[in-house]
Design a protein around this ligand. Structure first.
Ligand code: ARG
Length: 401
């Protein structure tokens, strides 16, 4: 009789490599390792082989970069997704996609279990497990790092005893997570929020002081809220984002340093590098200010706030997320045009914009010759608009309130 199967979300790192052996031993299952490429530039063939050599009965790499951009990052752009106004939630966006790929493979291979290497203190465990529960509730979840209670030293001992390659040399003090939309850095001295972030934590961005003394301009074209071209060149989203990460990073753009509220109730100090997200979201928001009517432009941020929470909390595969996306898509029909962004020593500012759907009317706005606005109409408008203020103030005066 063959053993039950478990599909593990595999990164190639120490934790998930140890997890391959630990799950096989402790649950008496065959482990299938699945690594999903969402744009972290690493050697995926090497990871696949490592999964196999570490004891997985099958080791699979899924290239999900295009899907990540088309179905996740594009929605984040349209919804101006900033969790707590600072974090573009790239890890939170990728986890449901990783979990969905695991589930797809688990169902295809007839697996009984899925597994992830997240600890019991973070948001990622929630994002994986909510996705499993939504897409395939019959699958049972194993979370080894939450169960085994090993310290890093014990993990290394376990790895050595089981012939798992252990990273050599002095281990980095930091824990990072990377995809196309950003890079996170935690642990080490970062855990002390009273200290400035150490310079060696940053990898994608130069320090603003060291950035070029001349500004760099980039022009981004959007179609229905999604970036489609950079400096006049039509590009696939994956390529466009990669290029903006490089250009922004070279100008020191996209460093984030924040205190963050985790879903599990812990506050944590986080560093992020998000050059492309910083540039694209600034440009997108700017284009909305040109193309959306005032009331839609004022209302949309209420839903964006909720959308950021939903994504951060791992509730991607839920009716509310879909309903907000439907609203957002309706608004984005008009968000077409070009925005030029100026990058200069860590700053990023939209400096000019054009759109075929521009709501800017020169003859209404101008104070010059072209002015067609009938100023005599303003008097009656203000009389009525002021009425509630006038009545309330009069009553207060009269009653001495
Ligand atoms: N604090 C961020 C979040 O919760 C980043 C988490 C990074 N995850 C990791 N496994 N290193 O989305």
């Amino acid at each position: 009789m063959s053993k039950p199967k478990c599909v593990l979300a595999y990164s190639g790192g120490l934790d998930t490599s140890v997890a391959i052996k630990w799950i096989a031993e402790n649950y008496n299952v065959d482990v299938i390792a699945v690594a999903v490429d969402v744009g972290e530039e690493k050697d995926y063939e090497g990871i696949r082989l490592k999964g196999e050599r570490t004891g997985a009965i099958e080791s699979i790499v899924v290239d999900a970069k295009q899907e990540f951009v088309d179905n996740f990052v594009s929605r984040a752009i349209k919804a101006n997704l900033w969790y707590e106004h600072k974090y573009p939630a790239f890890t939170a966006l990728a986890r449901p996609l990783l979990a969905k790929e695991q589930v797809r493979i688990a169902l295809d291979r007839g697996a009984e279990f899925v597994a992830h290497g997240c600890t019991g203190k973070g948001n990622d465990q929630v994002r994986f497990e909510v996705t499993y529960a939504a897409l395939a509730p019959q699958l049972k979840c194993i979370a080894p790092a939450r169960e085994w209670g090993m310290t890093r030293e014990e993990e290394i001992d376990y790895a050595e005893a089981h012939g798992i390659p252990v990273p050599v040399g002095k281990a980095s003090p930091y824990s990072t997570d990377t995809n196309l939309w950003g890079r996170s850095i935690e642990c080490g001295s970062i855990e002390d929020p009273a200290q400035e972030a150490p310079e060696d934590a940053w990898a994608w961005t130069v320090s603003p002081q060291a950035a070029p003394d001349q500004p760099t301009y980039v022009t981004i074209e959007f179609a229905a809220g999604v970036p489609v071209a950079l400096d006049g060149e039509r590009l696939n989203g994956v390529e466009l984002i990669a290029r903006l990460n490089a250009i922004g990073g070279a100008n020191g753009v996209g460093r984030v340093n924040m205190m963050e509220n985790r879903l599990v109730g812990i506050k944590s100090r986080e560093l992020y590098e998000t050059p492309a997200a910083t540039i694209l979201l600034a440009a997108h928001r700017d284009l909305e200010s040109l193309t959306l009517d005032r009331e839609t432009y004022h209302f949309k941020p209420y839903l964006e706030l909720r959308y950021a929470e939903i994504v951060y909390y791992g509730l991607w595969f839920t009716p509310l997320r879909e309903a907000i996306d439907a609203f957002v898509d309706e608004t984005q029909k008009y968000v077409n045009g070009q925005v030029t962004v100026k990058l200069y020593k860590g700053t990023c500012e939209a400096v000019s914009r054009t759109s075929p759907n521009s709501l800017y009317d020169f003859s209404l706005a101008s104070y010059g010759e072209a002015d067609k606005f009938d100023q005599t109409k303003s008097k009656g408008f203000i009389d009525i608009f002021a009425l509630p203020a006038k009545v309330a103030a009069a009553v207060r005066r009269e009653k001495g309130l």
